[in-house]
Design a protein around this ligand. Structure first.
Ligand SMILES: C[S@@+](CC[C@H](N)C(=O)[O-])C[C@H]1O[C@@H](n2cnc3c(N)ncnc32)[C@H](O)[C@@H]1O
Length: 220
C-alpha cells in the first residue's frame, strides 16, 4: 500500500514540542517563506498594526516579523501549552508587544478573545493539522470575520502538489481548492504567492508548502 504523505504529532507533550522545534529550525527555504510573508505585511499593515499568528509553535516566524516590523504588536494563538512556553521564551525580549492566547482553532472563540483587532492574520505549517478541508474552511471563515476590509490572511501551509499520484493526508490538499475555500469564506482577492520544495514523486512530510494570500473585500 502507498504511504499517505503526512505526519502525526503530540504537540501537547513538552519533550515532543521541544524536539519538534529543534528539528525544524528555519531552513533557507522556510526563511524565504517568512520573507514573502513579511513583504506582504509591510505593504498592507499599518506600522503599529496588530498581527495574529495561528499555530505560533516555537515562534520562529513571530521572531522574524517582530525584529523587522519594530512597531507592530503580535498575538500568537496555539492550543499547546509547551509550544506557548517556547514562544514566550523566544519572544520575551519583545515585552508587551507580544501576547499569547491558548485556544483551539476549531473553536471560533479565539476571534472574540483577541487582545486587539487584527490588521493581518498569518500562519505557517499549522492549518493542515486541523484535519481537512472542512476544518480549514472554518478557520478561513473565522479569519475573514476577524479582519477589516482590505485585511489580509497569509497561510504558508503544506499542500498536495498538482500532478502527484500519491495520497496525502486530508489536511494537505490542492492549491486550487484552498483558493475556492478562501473565496467562499469572503476573501475577495486570493492567490498563491509561491510553492516551496515541490516534490511529486517521493515527498517527505516537510516538503510541498505554499503561501496562500487572501484579501478581505468590502464589508457591508
Ligand atoms: C507543525 S507546528 C508549526 C509551528 C509554527 N507555525 C512553525 O511553522 O514553526 C503546528 C502548530 O499548530 C498548533 N496547532 C495544531 N492544531 C491546533 C489547533 N487545533 N488549535 C490550536 N493550535 C493548533 C500546534 O500546537 C503547533 O504549535
Amino acid at each position: 500500500m502507498t504511504e499517505v504523505v503526512g505526519a502525526t504529532h503530540q504537540f501537547h507533550e513538552a519533550d515532543y514540542a521541544e524536539d519538534w522545534a529543534r528539528r525544524f529550525e528555519p531552513t533557507p527555504e522556510r526563511l524565504h517563506l517568512f520573507e514573502t510573508i513579511l513583504q506582504q505585511l509591510q505593504s498592507v499593515v499599518p506600522a503599529d498594526g496588530h498581527i495574529v499568528e495561528l499555530g505560533i509553535g516555537p515562534a520562529y516566524l513571530a521572531e522574524y516579523l517582530l525584529e523587522r516590523m519594530p512597531h507592530i504588536s503580535y498575538e500568537g494563538v496555539d492550543f499547546s501549552e509547551p509550544m506557548l512556553k517556547q514562544a514566550a521564551t523566544r519572544l520575551a525580549r519583545f515585552g508587551e508587544r507580544v501576547q499569547c492566547q491558548q485556544a483551539d482553532l476549531l473553536d471560533d472563540s479565539w476571534v472574540s478573545d483577541l487582545a486587539r483587532p487584527a490588521a493581518a492574520i498569518v500562519s505557517t505549517w499549522a492549518l493542515h493539522d486541523l484535519g481537512g478541508q472542512t476544518q480549514t474552511s472554518k478557520v478561513y471563515r473565522a479569519c475573514a470575520a476577524a479582519l477589516p476590509e482590505g485585511g489580509i490572511l497569509l497561510n504558508g501551509d503544506f499542500v498536495k502538489p498538482d500532478g502527484t499520484r500519491l495520497p496525502f493526508e486530508p489536511g494537505r490538499f490542492l492549491i486550487g481548492r484552498h483558493l475556492e475555500l478562501l473565496k467562499e469564506a469572503g476573501f475577495a482577492d486570493r492567490r498563491c504567492l509561491h510553492l516551496w520544495e515541490e516534490e511529486l514523486e517521493a515527498p517527505t512530510s516537510s516538503q510541498n508548502y505554499a503561501c496562500l494570500l487572501g484579501i478581505v473585500g468590502r464589508k457591508v
